[in-house]
Design a protein around this ligand. Structure first.
Ligand code: NAD
Length: 344
């Protein structure tokens, strides 16, 4: 299929081109994101391929449809940036990659906890300055501490297992659909409030929905254990950033590791090292010694990128051959519970 790939990074191109040897689609790569200004570039293409921060709104879809686009292929799991109802009305199929590598994200999450808890990010910076002093780098053993996992789906289940079976932690979990296999290995399901109140470390793995927005707010932080370590590799808006900043300033929160951030669309995936960042909350976060931020890279492994490319191109091949689309996202199927859900 003649496909225009928006928001291309070098690694997207490398993995899509490698996987395309088996599919033979005609891929054209563009650096700009898809939005109202760039949508007209897709005229004459049958498909566009986009990522988490491209805009696939009704006006954009109108322009795409007019130019002949029949498929929007998301090279990610989330579809919160797509107006599914408009796509359906316009006869545009939307496909995604629902699960490319839960291990990529769960392993990164464990890495963030270890780095934050043992102050590895600070040690690295010190040693580069020939400062080998250890004062201020005292950490805690993970064994026997209580880790709370909110959302035990594909990623959260792996995180819960790693802490329980790998590190000997007590693991509390919450999920509307408890996993019997996790319960069988001793992971205890409790209410979300209880997870937040009774854990030393809390890791978020539920989707962003109206219900989970600002799940970690000022109240939750006030009720949490002193010195709470908070880890978010799920979606930025699960956390009220300003409340977290207040918690860090007061010392109530002992550390925060974020791979996602509420306003990340204006920042992440771009090199802004020569720019003045206007987001004061983000800049304040970076001033704390006990805050570790990465730019939405938990998914970024060879295996995940290969799986994303293969699934995306298979969807295009299936569409072209008139086969059923296993990874199609349809408006009525996701409403109402997942209407505003986000996943990367
Ligand atoms: P999943 O759908 O397999 O699991 C999500 C789980 O959350 C489900 O079991 C669901 O029942 C549960 N859940 C829903 N509402 C809840 C609530 N109110 N409280 C507790 N649990 C709730 O999704 P996944 O593949 O495990 O992905 C989890 C999250 O990770 C995604 O939502 C996405 O935002 C994020 N993600 C991040 C990256 C990254 O690079 N940082 C990559 C992929 C996914």
């Amino acid at each position: 299929m003649k496909t225009l790939v928006f928001g291309t990074k070098p690694y997207d191109r490398r993995f899509l081109e490698a996987a395309n040897d088996q599919h033979g689609h005609s891929l054209t790569f563009l650096e700009p994101r898809l939005d109202e200004a760039t949508a007209a570039l897709a005229a004459g293409y049958e498909a566009v391929c986009v990522f988490v921060n491209d805009t696939v709104s009704r006006p954009v879809l109108d322009i795409l449809a007019e130019g002949g686009v029949r498929v929007v292929a998301l090279r990610c799991a989330g579809y919160n940036n797509v107006d599914l109802a408009a796509a359906e009305e316009l006869g545009i199929a939307v496909v995604r990659v629902p699960a490319y590598s839960p291990n990529a994200v769960s392993e990164f999450t464990v890495g963030l906890v270890l780095a934050l808890d043992r102050k590895i990010h600070r040690a690295w910076a010190r040693v580069r300055e020939n400062n080998f002093a250890l004062d201020g780098l005292i950490g805690r053993n993970l064994e026997s501490r209580t880790v709370g996992v909110i959302g035990t789906g594909r990623i959260g289940a792996l995180v819960a297992r790693a802490f329980k079976l790998g590190f000997g932690c007590e693991v509390l979990a919450s999920d509307p659909y408890p996993d019997a296999e996790l319960a069988a290995v001793g992971i205890r399901y409790v209410e979300p409030e209880m997870v937040l109140r009774s854990s030393d470390i809390v890791s978020l793995h539920c989707p962003l929905t109206p219900k989970t927005r600002h799940l970690v707010d000022a109240k939750a932080i006030a009720e949490a254990r002193d010195g709470l370590l908070l880890v978010n590799t799920s979606r930025g808006a699960l956390i009220d950033t300003r409340a977290v900043i207040d918690g860090l300033k007061s010392g109530k929160i002992g550390g925060v590791a974020l791979d996602v951030y509420e306003q990340e669309a204006d920042l992440f995936f771009e090199d802004l090292s020569s720019e003045i960042i206007q987001d004061d909350d983000f800049q304040r976060l970076l001033t704390f010694p006990n805050v570790l931020v990465t730019g939405h890279q938990a998914f970024l492994t060879e295996e995940a990128l290969r799986a994303i490319a293969e699934t995306t191109l298979t969807s295009l091949s299936d569409y072209e051959a008139g086969r059923p689309l296993a990874n199609r996202v349809e408006a009525e199927k996701v409403r109402p519970s997942h209407l505003a859900s986000e996943a990367s």
